[in-house]
Ligand binder design. Structure first.
Ligand code: NAP
Length: 289
């Protein structure tokens, strides 16, 4: 399944991703492959947009009729000011990662939490009535919370800064009645935790080879360990979880399926499941090369 030359006519839909930095993004590859197999005349382009240029970029994109935009660091919160309507998905997560064109302006969605949900489902993870631990309380933790909160028995938050974990819990209590607990650093959890989702950046970049300090305590009884990092493929957190016999899942599935969901929203179509899986395998191969 290799793309040939794209024939761009006047009917071509243009979509893209904005962020700062942007060169590392895999989204153009995923979206352009999805468009190719869906036989859709569409292209998806990376745009380097800094915070100072964000407002003008969104206004300009709308004037140009750009059909959809994904938004990555550091703009996910800022976008609430520049959309005409915020979907409930983005309200719950507290961040917008997808803009879909409407004549009046862009509609803001969040597809990160669906990406994680779909990835967990694909791996056969069941979180209904389970005690779920989330390590971290940044943007990715908000998405992870929304992914599992409706069905989990309880949510346990572990974060370096307890105040951030308390803010996360408070925000989510307007949407979910699932009992949630904030554990201060070093505090043990008396509950047996079934699933642990690691959402901090510990394990990547300058933190390669490290794992969050609470790892050993939270993984004591866990059967499933999820790390939202996908580069490296196996973080120190997952390496340790493996020695404990956990089923280990990295963040690639989340990244991939948030893109699939965004593609469907931007183009108002449903992707073929088999083709989507083929693309997922191709991207994984590309990343391993
Ligand atoms: P963020 O908003 O900056 O959150 C960072 C979190 O990490 C906070 O909880 C912060 O704790 C914690 N943290 C940072 N440095 C730390 C340190 N030295 N020691 C302990 N805790 C530390 O970032 P984010 O947007 O949530 O992203 C976090 C990770 O998720 C990144 O690795 C990103 O690549 C990944 N991610 C993956 C996907 C995917 O599709 N797979 C999607 C989104 C994000 P404090 O509250 O104490 O500062």
């Amino acid at each position: 399944m290799k793309e040939g030359t794209i024939e761009v006519t006047g009917k071509c839909s243009v979509c893209g991703i904005i962020g700062d930095p942007i060169t590392h993004t895999l989204s153009p590859m995923i979206h352009n492959k999805l468009a190719f197999v869906a036989n859709k005349e569409a292209i998806y382009i990376p745009f380097h947009v800094t915070s100072t240029g964000l407002k003008d970029a969104i206004k300009g994109a709308h004037a140009l009729g750009i059909k959809g935009l994904n938004v990555t660091m550091p703009h996910k919160q800022e976008l609430f000011h520049f959309v005409t309507h915020v979907d409930e998905s983005a309200q719950k997560v507290g961040a917008i990662n997808t803009l879909v064109y409407s004549e009046q302006g862009y509609i803001g969605y969040n597809t990160d939490y669906i990406g994680l949900k779909m990835s967990l489902e694909e791996e056969g993870v069941e979180w209904k009535d389970k005690n779920v631990a989330i390590i971290g309380s940044g943007g990715a933790a908000y998405a992870a919370y929304v992914s599992v909160a409706e069905e989990a028995r309880s949510i346990h938050l572990f974060n370096r800064t307890a105040r951030h974990a308390k803010a996360l819990k408070e925000h989510m209590q307007s949407y979910f009645s699932t009992p949630a607990f904030v554990h201060e650093a070093g505090e043990d959890c008396s509950e047996s935790l079934d699933i642990v989702i690691q959402t901090t950046r510990i394990g990547m970049g300058s933190y390669i080879g490290e794992m969050p300090s609470c790892t050993k305590a939270v993984l004591k009884e866990a059967k499933i360990a999820v790390d939202l990092i996908y580069h490296p493929e196996e973080t120190q957190f997952l390496k340790y979880a493996k020695t404990r016999g956990c089923v280990c899942i990295n963040g690639f599935g989340m990244l991939f399926y948030q893109a699939v969901e965004a593609f469907e929203l931007m183009h108002h179509i449903s992707c073929d499941k088999e083709n989507t899986l083929k693309i997922k395998r191709e991207i994984l191969k590309y990343m391993e090369a």
